[in-house]
Design a protein around this ligand. Structure first.
Ligand code: KPL
Length: 295
């Protein structure tokens, strides 16, 4: 059994893609133990109904996928892990950076892995999950004991039919995605527009170059490869164009009245700048302005 903690759009994508009977959601403390039925819309072909059971208290999963929001992850794992064997690999799917390290530091003896995915998933209604775009998922070890588990974790995830790759060094992948999210998500939330519309907006055009300069300095300071700011900007604009009609996860959070992941995206970059003594006025301005949207 593959257990999934977090029944949002990404958790529902994995649950519906794994072979029938292979996935179960980890019940939330105090929530009902009923199965979770929903409609799943694959990228191509007809929508179908799935009904995913919740993990029974006597079941020991082979693998735990964690698809909670970055800010909910530590609390969710504090509740769930006492019932999960200490040698069960835990794969973290959170956006941004910061939460993965918190988990690895809290449970250094467990096999903890991180995944970076470009699969597109959304949830237009509570009981509807949509696989909006095919992508790929890279998985790599965060703790020492996870290293030997990587090949079998990739095999288990591949049972879904989604594209999964093993990555020896996952941090550069998490950084690549962080750069894209830091350059797209806050602008879509502040402008309340789909990804493609930020490109012509004065707010984006004014701040994207200084933002990319900050990020390039932070990456070099954090020991990542130095990527010229223009190249970072090009990568951000390419993704904004290729996902032009998408609502970003941050805009979706604001529209649904949920807390955003800003603390793990631009907010993470601000904290890193404080540690490295690198000024981050643009990341700070974007973080503060998005935080105001939540009030
Ligand atoms: O990952 C995304 C997100 O919305 O969080 C992007 C790449 C911006 C696509 O919407």
């Amino acid at each position: 059994m593959i257990a999934i903690l977090g029944a949002g759009s990404l958790g529902r994508l994995w649950a519906a893609s794994l072979p029938p009977g292979r996935a179960a959601f980890v019940p939330r403390p105090g929530a009902s133990s009923d199965s979770i039925p929903y409609q799943f819309h694959p990228v191509s072909g007809e929508a179908f109904s799935v009904d995913i059971p919740q993990l029974g208290s006597d079941e020991t999963p082979e693998l735990l996928l964690v698809t909670t929001k970055a800010g909910d992850t530590l609390d969710a794992l504090h509740s769930a892990l006492p019932n999960i064997p200490a040698n069960t690999p835990v794969v973290l799917f959170q956006n941004g950076l910061g939460s993965q390290q918190q988990v690895a530091d809290t449970w250094p003896g467990r096999p903890i892995l991180a995944a970076s995915t470009t699969e597109g998933a959304n949830r237009p209604a509570p009981d509807v999950a949509v696989h909006a775009g095919k992508g790929a998922t890279w998985v790599g070890a965060l703790t020492r004991t996870a290293e030997s588990r990587l090949p079998s974790v990739v095999d288990q995830l591949s049972e879904s039919g989604l594209t999964v790759h093993a990555e020896t060094d996952i941090l550069p992948r998490l950084w690549q995605k962080l750069v894209i999210n830091a350059g797209i998500n806050p602008f879509t939330a502040l402008l309340d527009c789909p990804n493609g519309e930020i490109l012509e907006a004065p707010l984006f055009r004014q701040w994207i170059t200084p933002l990319c300069e900050e990020i390039a300095s932070l990456m070099a300071g954090a020991g990542q490869d130095r990527i010229p700011p223009d190249e970072l900007r090009g990568n951000i604009e390419t993704v904004a164009r290729s996902t032009a009609t998408n609502t970003s996860s941050m805009r979706a959070d604001i529209l649904a009245g949920r807390r955003t992941e800003i603390e793990y995206i631009n907010g993470y970059l601000v904290r890193l700048g404080d540690t490295l003594d690198i000024a981050t006025p643009v990341n700070r301005m974007l973080t503060e302005r998005v935080q105001l949207l939540n009030h």
